[in-house]
Structure formats: C-alpha cells, structure tokens
Write a protein that binds this ligand. Structure first.
Ligand code: NAD
Ligand code: MG
Length: 395
C-alpha cells in the first residue's frame, strides 16, 4: 500500500488522481489532501477517502472544513497555510506526492517533497518552467524520483529507453539513440478559426477545450498554445534536450500524446483516449501498470489522425516561450508570471484574447534581471514580473 499526499486535490488533476485511487483501493491510500479555498469539494473528498490530514491554503476555508468534518464525526486533522502544506508534502509515512497545485503557488510544497526524496508525480509545470535547473539539481541531490504527469511528457517518458527514464534530465538522448522529442498539441479550440476573428474570442469560448477537460488557466493556455510553450520548456529540462532535439507538431485529435524519434528511423509513440487518468495511473504505478478507469481506445471509431506545423502568427505565445527558454531562467520565470496575470485579466474581460501575447511581450521587453541562483531569487523575479504586468495593465 502506497500513501499519497495530493497537492491540489480539489482541482482537475487532483480529482482524477482520486479517481485512480478509487480504482485501486488496495494499492493506494489518499493520506493527505491539500486544496486552496473550495471547502465543499474538500469536504466531499474527506467524507469519501477519509485522509489522515486535510489542509486548505486559506485559514477561513480550513475553519469551515473543520466544522463540516466534526459534524460528520470524521477524525481527519485539518490544517491551514503554506507551511502546513509543505509539512504534509514531507510526512515520513508518505511515499508519493502528487504535485497538482496550479501556478507558482505549487513551487514550495513541491520542493518540500523533493527535499525528502519522495516520488514526485509532477503535474505542476511551473516548477520546471520557473526553476528547471534548480529543480532538476534538487531531484538529484535529494535522491527524489521524478515521474511526469503532463500527458505529453508522460507519453515521451513511456517512449524513452529505461536508461534515460532512470536518469531523467541528465542522460544524453543522443547516446541512447534518440534523435528527437516530438511534442504534440491539439492546437486548442481556435485552430481552425480565421486569425482575424481571434481578437473577438470570449473567455467562455477559450475555456471550452475540444478534447481535454481541464482547469480554466490551462485551458486558456491551450487556446493560445502558451501551454505548448510551457511544455516545450518543461521537456527541455526533463529530457535534457537541445533545441535541435525538439519538434512541435499540431495533432488536432489528441490521440497520439507525443512521440520519440530514434536514429534508426523508428518512432515510438504513446496513444490513448485523452484522459489524464492514464498518465496519472502510470506515474503512480511505474514501472508496473494498474487500472485507470479509462476505456480502451477504439481504433475503428477514430476518424483520421492529422498533423500540421504550428503557425506562430496564430500562436504568438508559443514563439515567446521557445525564445524565453533560450534567453534563460530569469526570462522563463518572467514569461510564466506575466502569463498568469494576463490570463486572469483575459478571464475577467479586462483584455482581449490576442492581447495576452502583446502584454507578455511588453513585460519581457522591460526585464533586465540576472539569472536566479536560489528559489528566493526565483520568487523575487516572479514578483517583479507580476508587478510589472499589473503596471502595464493599468497602462
Ligand atoms: P485546477 O485549477 O483545476 O486545480 C488547482 C488546484 O490547486 C486546486 O485544488 C486548488 O484548490 C489548488 N490551489 C490553488 N492555489 C493554491 C494554493 N495557494 N495553495 C494550495 N492549493 C492551491 O488546475 P488543474 O487543471 O488541476 O492543474 C493543476 C496543475 O497541473 C497545473 O500546474 C497545470 O498546469 C497542470 N496540468 C494540468 C493538466 C490538466 O489536464 N488539468 C494537464 C497537465 C498539467
Ligand atoms: Mg499537457
């Protein structure tokens, strides 16, 4: 029986993780659950999974949760605040930590788990985007085990040789016969929309992803393809890939979740229905396989599998992210923070869809920051970028 702490249990990835546990109750226990403010969802999860601990980021939310659980005579211990969340990621009884808090808020708790050498099931892409170098070094220093949950990275991980899997981020791809990491992306809901109409896109249209059901922030990122840009950055760190070893392809059906090209001409891909329970289950059970609850892929009901080149005019955010990686860690941190604020502004009807990239570019052009040497430096850069973006938005 493996004990899990689920950081972000009330979110989309968190709920899917609990659904995989529901499928395998004799193999996994939801030992500690962590959420932000959604008390109703957390109450429901505690009633079903009876974790030993539950924590909310928000103190009032924790009080409300405590009250609800007492009413139900549940003995789950309720905590609140960032330090308590980090403590739950470090519990000695916990084997695996699902890192699924959204945004830079996920950084400290995820690193706390790394420092205790846990198996990290990494959904929070911001950990790698904002401090990939420091994060990968920490994984090595503390002997933690890193399993990518993001579906593309999980697919690539599944398609890589075992020697690369067990020395992730440090093994040479070329020495193991790998010539390219092929990152696929659906292109989001507006892949066929005429470019001149994109400026009229509403938040409601942007969050309705055609293939995947996800949180709001990542859904908007999929529509701008900033998500693929963040994944490009994630992939370069995770797989120790050079720019020449990376390829991005739009694959609208999301059936192939990414691929690896080898020097002999072989391409190994992972295919399946677009459901995050598959990569989550694999990250929990690796190197074995367990049930995920995802129905088998029915090849005969598939239409065509198609592919096209990503177009930077349609997806300026993708280009910004690729260039940011090449500029360095300070720039990717600025990009990430600026994007978080811009997406929020778009969701609040404050700026238009095509203005997201414009505002991020403005903030990037103002950045003259030196490379971060510590996590505190990363937070300082993150803070500067948020403040600068807010200044730009006030205009
Ligand atoms: P979501 O918005 O549905 O859930 C986020 C979770 O984080 C919630 O439980 C929320 O309560 C919690 N949270 C937010 N702020 C917090 C704080 N300060 N302290 C503690 N908890 C906090 O998001 P999601 O779609 O589940 O995505 C989670 C992460 O996984 C993101 O980094 C995202 O990029 C990544 N990811 C998601 C998917 C997906 O399919 N949803 C796929 C790949 C990667
Ligand atoms: Mg993904």
């Amino acid at each position: 029986m493996k004990n899990l702490t689920i950081l972000g249990s009330t979110g989309s990835i968190g709920c899917s993780t609990l659904s995989v546990i529901r499928q395998n109750p004799t193999l996994f226990k939801a030992y500690a659950l962590v959420g932000g403010v959604n008390v109703a969802k957390m109450t429901e999860q505690c009633l079903e999974f009876k974790p030993i601990y539950a924590a909310m980021a928000d103190e009032n939310a924790a009080k409300q949760l405590q009250h609800n659980l007492q009413q139900a005579n549940l003995t789950t211990k309720v905590l609140s605040g960032e330090q308590a969340i980090c403590d739950l990621a470090q519990l000695p009884e916990v084997d695996q930590v699902m890192a699924a808090i959204v945004g830079a808020a996920g950084l400290k708790p995820t690193l706390a788990a790394v420092k205790k050498g846990k198996r990290i099931l990494l959904a929070n892409k911001e950990s790698l985007v904002t401090c990939g170098h420091l994060f990968m070094q920490a994984i090595k220093t503390y002997g933690a085990e890193l399993l990518p949950v993001d579906s593309e990275h999980n697919a690539i991980f599944q398609s890589l040789p075992a020697e690369v899997q067990t020395n992730l981020g440090f093994a040479s791809l070329a020495e193991h016969g790998v010539t390219k990491i092929v990152l696929t992306g659906s292109g989001g809901p507006f892949r066929y929309t005429p470019i001149e109409d994109l400026k009229h896109v509403t938040p409601e249209q942007a969050v309705a992803h055609p293939n995947w059901s996800m949180g709001k922030k990542i859904s908007v990122d999929s529509a701008t393809m900033m998500n693929k840009g963040l994944e490009y950055i994630e992939a370069r760190w995770l797989f120790n890939a050079s720019p020449q070893e990376m390829e991005i392809i739009v694959h609208p059906q999301s059936i192939i979740h990414s691929m690896v090209r080898y020097s002999d001409g072989s391409v190994i891909a992972e295919l399946g229905n677009p459901d995050m329970c598959t990569p989550i289950a694999y990250s929990m059970s690796y190197p074995n396989r367990i049930k995920s609850g995802v129905p088998p892929l029915d090849f005969l009901s598939l239409s065509e599998l198609t592919f096209k080149q990503p177009d930077f005019e349609r997806y300026p955010c993708l280009k910004l992210a690729i260039d940011a990686f090449n500029a360095g860690q300070a720039t990717t941190t600025v990009l990430n923070a600026a994007n978080e604020i811009a997406v929020e502004a778009f969701l609040n009807h404050q700026i238009g869809f095509m203005e997201i990239a414009h505002y991020i570019e403005q903030v990037l052009s103002k950045s003259v920051l030196s490379e971060p040497a510590s996590i505190d430096d990363v937070f300082a850069i993150d803070e500067w970028a948020r403040a600068e973006m807010n200044r730009q938005l006030k205009g």
